[in-house]
Design a protein around this ligand. Sequence first.
Ligand SMILES: CC(C)(COP(=O)(O)OP(=O)(O)OC[C@H]1O[C@@H](n2cnc3c(N)ncnc32)[C@H](O)[C@@H]1OP(=O)(O)O)[C@@H](O)C(=O)NCCC(=O)NCCS
Length: 121
Amino acid sequence: MTISLVVEQDDTIIGHVAFSPVLIDGEDLGWFGLGPVSVSPSLQRGGIGIALIEEGLRLLKHRGAAGCVVLGDPNYYRRFGFTSDHALRYGDVPPEYFQSMILLGDPAKGEVTYHEGFEAR
Ligand SMILES: CC(C)(COP(=O)(O)OP(=O)(O)OC[C@H]1O[C@@H](n2cnc3c(N)ncnc32)[C@H](O)[C@@H]1OP(=O)(O)O)[C@@H](O)C(=O)NCCC(=O)NCCS
């Protein structure tokens, strides 16, 4: 993990997001993967997930990250600026579910791999 953020309420963790480095065609180009992200079920849809992700992306930029990818519901992640341009692929995952966002680097193209601890395949 490069970034791991939690939200606490009354000494209990109620939300978490992680970002970890990814490779593109086997190369470290300064890109990262968002996920997993989770919020306690009873507290979902109250803005905690958005706050965690926005803060994580801000910290990634602060570290000079080139970009970030995410595997998940495009309807949720597009609000942060993630889009599917089909240039970054993740196995046979349909492109609309594998989105990316350039932060401070150049556009990238190729097959993405996560650290084995975060591989979803
Ligand atoms: C996905 C998740 C992290 C979002 O966090 P959250 O705090 O509930 O969401 P927020 O309150 O910050 O965001 C609210 C917005 O997201 C939308 N949203 C929430 N969960 C969504 C989901 N699973 N799919 C699509 N949209 C979702 C809401 O409709 C709302 O949209 P609106 O502002 O247009 O009404 C949370 O619902 C969760 O933990 N889900 C279970 C785990 C999961 O699926 N994680 C993602 C894959 S690792």
